[in-house]
Design a protein around this ligand. Structure first.
Ligand code: GLC
Length: 444
C-alpha cells in the first residue's frame, strides 16, 4: 500500500522514498542488537571496538546515604554548581549557581576553566559549614583510574582546552579550589551523566526498599546519547555508546553526508549519536528537505534559513512532530521563523519526515538498549530497570512510547514487558551527589 500522509492522502513518491530510507527494517535492527552485544564484549576484553566500555569505579548505593554534597556539572559552555541534600532515597537541591564560559575559554588554559568552576563553588559553599564532599560530572571522555582520578581523553564538542588532555580533572579542580582556600571541599568522585542517572534511580529504589534490585542501565538521550550499565563481573561501565559504529548498514544518505562533512566529532566518530541524538535530528531533517527541494516540486525554499546548516534544531523537529492542528498551523509558524511560506501539502510532508527521523531515533535506541540488556540477561528472564534522562526523551512527543514500541518490535512482547523505563528528569546533579556520597563513605 502506498504511504499516506496523516490526512490520509497519498504521499509524494519522493517523500515516501525518503521516509523509507529513514525506516530500517526489523531484521536490520535485530542485526544491530547482535552487533552491539559483540562490540560490548570486545570493548570489555580490550579488543578493538567502537564501544570503549570505560570502568567507572562507581558502586551501587545502599539507599541510606545522607547529608550535603556539592556537585559540579560541566560538559560545555554552561555549567552548574549545586548543593544537594540527600536523605531517605530523595535528593533535594538546596542551592545552585550557574557559570558560563566565554567563546575564547574553549581554546584557553585548563587553569582558567577550573578557576571559573572554583569561583562558582566558592559562591555556593559560602553558607555551608564543615567538610563537604564534591562530585564532578565531567561530560567529556575520560579514563578513570579510581573514582576520584579521571584522566581527560581528547576533548569533544569544539573544546580544545590547553593542558587538559592526559591530566586528572579531579586534581585540576582540587588545585583550583586550593587557590581559593576551599580545602574543606573534597573532590570525592568524577562521573559521567549516564552513571548519574543510573545511580539516582537505584538510590530512589533502595531508599524505599534496601533489598530491592537497583537500576542496571543509565541512558541519556539529549544533545548527545550514551549508556552506562552494571555488568555482572565488570561493574558499572560507561559504554560511550554514542560512538557505536554498527549503524552504517542502516544509515540514510543524509546521515552519511552529515558524518562526512562535520569536522567535530570527526568523520566515523560518534556514528550512533549522529543518528539518534538531539544534537543532530533537526539537521538530518533539514538535509532531507533540501535534497527533496532539488528533485521535487516540494520544498522550493532556497534562499530561506533552511539553506543554513543547523538552522533547524531538534526542538523545532519535535514541534513539527507534535503538531496536530488543523492546517498544521504550528508547523507553519515554525517554518515562517525560518523564512519559509509553505503549502499544506509541504507541511504534511515535513511532518512525515520529522516523524520518520524521530521514530528512527527511538527504534535505534531500543535496539542499543536491547543489546545491553541481552548481554546481561540473554533471554530477558528477569525484570530490569533502565533510568533514562535527557531533552529528547522528555521533549519529543511520545518518545518513551516509541522506545517501548521498539522493544516490543525486537523482543517478544512478554520479554519486552520486563524492561522498565524510568524517566529520571534532571538526574545529573542529584545522581552525582549520590555517587560522591558513596565514594566519600568508602574513603572515610
Ligand atoms: C556524549 C558524551 C558522553 C555523554 C553523552 C550524553 O556522547 O561523549 O560522555 O554521556 O554525550 O550527554
Amino acid at each position: 500500500m502506498a504511504p499516506r500522509d496523516d490526512l490520509g492522502r497519498q504521499s509524494h513518491p519522493a517523500v515516501a522514498a525518503a521516509v523509507a530510507a529513514l525506516t530500517p527494517s526489523t531484521e536490520a535492527l535485530r542485526d544491530l542488537v547482535r552487533a552491539f552485544r559483540s562490540a560490548m564484549a570486545a570493548g570489555l576484553a580490550g579488543r578493538p571496538s567502537s564501544l570503549k566500555m570505560l570502568p567507572t569505579f562507581v558502586e551501587q548505593p545502599r539507599g541510606d546515604e545522607s547529608g550535603r554534597v556539592i556537585v559540579v556539572d560541566w560538559g560545555g559552555t554552561n555549567g552548574r554548581v549545586s548543593v544537594i541534600e540527600l536523605g531517605g532515597g530523595d535528593a533535594r537541591m538546596v542551592a545552585e549557581d550557574d557559570f558560563a564560559f566565554r567563546e575564547s575559554d574553549r581554546t584557553g588554559s585548563a587553569e582558567r576553566v577550573f578557576d571559573v568552576i572554583a569561583g562558582a563553588v566558592e559562591r555556593v559553599v559560602r553558607g555551608e559549614s564543615g567538610p563537604l564532599p564534591l562530585g564532578l560530572v565531567y561530560s567529556f571522555p575520560a579514563r578513570l583510574e579510581r573514582v576520584d582520578r579521571a584522566l581527560a581523553l581528547s576533548l569533544t564538542k569544539g573544546w580544545r582546552t590547553v593542558g587538559l588532555e592526559g591530566h586528572d580533572v579531579a586534581e585540576l579542580l582540587r588545585v583550583a579550589l586550593g587557590r581559593r582556600g576551599l580545602g574543606r571541599v573534597t573532590v570525592a568522585a568524577v562521573a559521567n551523566d549516564t552513571v548519574a542517572a543510573l545511580i539516582l534511580q537505584s538510590y530512589r529504589i533502595r531508599g524505599h526498599a534496601a533489598v530491592a534490585t537497583p537500576a542496571e542501565v543509565g541512558l541519556i538521550l539529549g544533545t548527545g546519547t550514551n549508556q552506562a550499565a552494571d555488568l555482572p563481573g565488570a561493574g558499572i561501565r560507561n559504554h560511550e555508546s554514542g560512538n557505536f559504529d554498527g549503524v552504517e548498514a542502516v544509515a540514510a544518505p543524509w546521515d552519511r553526508a552529515l558524518d562526512r562533512e562535520l569536522a567535530d566529532p570527526a568523520p566515523g566518530a560518534q556514528r550512533f549519536e549522529k543518528m539518534a541524538a538531539g544534537g543532530y535530528l533537526g539537521e538530518i531533517l533539514r538535509r532531507a528537505i533540501v535534497d527533496l527541494g532539488r528533485s521535487t516540486p516540494l520544498f522550493r525554499w532556497a534562499g530561506s534559513a533552511t539553506d543554513t546548516p543547523w538552522s533547524l534544531d531538534t526542538v523545532r523537529l519535535s514541534g513539527v512532530a507534535a503538531d496536530e492542528s488543523e492546517d498544521r498551523s504550528g508547523t507553519d509558524e515554525i517554518l515562517r521563523a525560518l523564512g519559509v511560506i509553505s503549502t499544506l501539502e509541504e507541511r504534511l510532508a515535513v511532518r512525515e519526515l520529522a516523524r520518520a527521523v524521530g521514530g528512527r531515533a527511538a527504534r535505534l535506541v531500543a535496539a542499543a538498549l536491547l543489546g545491553t540488556l541481552t548481554f546481561i540477561d540473554p533471554e530477558l528472564d528477569s525484570e530490569h530497570t533502565v533510568a533514562v534522562d535527557g531533552g529528547v526523551y522528555g521533549g519529543y512527543p511520545g518518545f518513551a512510547e516509541r522506545v517501548r514500541d521498539g522493544l516490543r518490535e525486537l523482543a517478544r512482547a512478554q520479554r519486552a514487558g520486563r524492561v522498565h523505563l524510568a524517566y529520571v528528569k534532571d538526574s545529573t546533579s542529584a545522581g552525582a551527589a549520590v555517587i560522591a556520597a558513596v565514594a566519600a563513605r568508602r574513603q572515610a
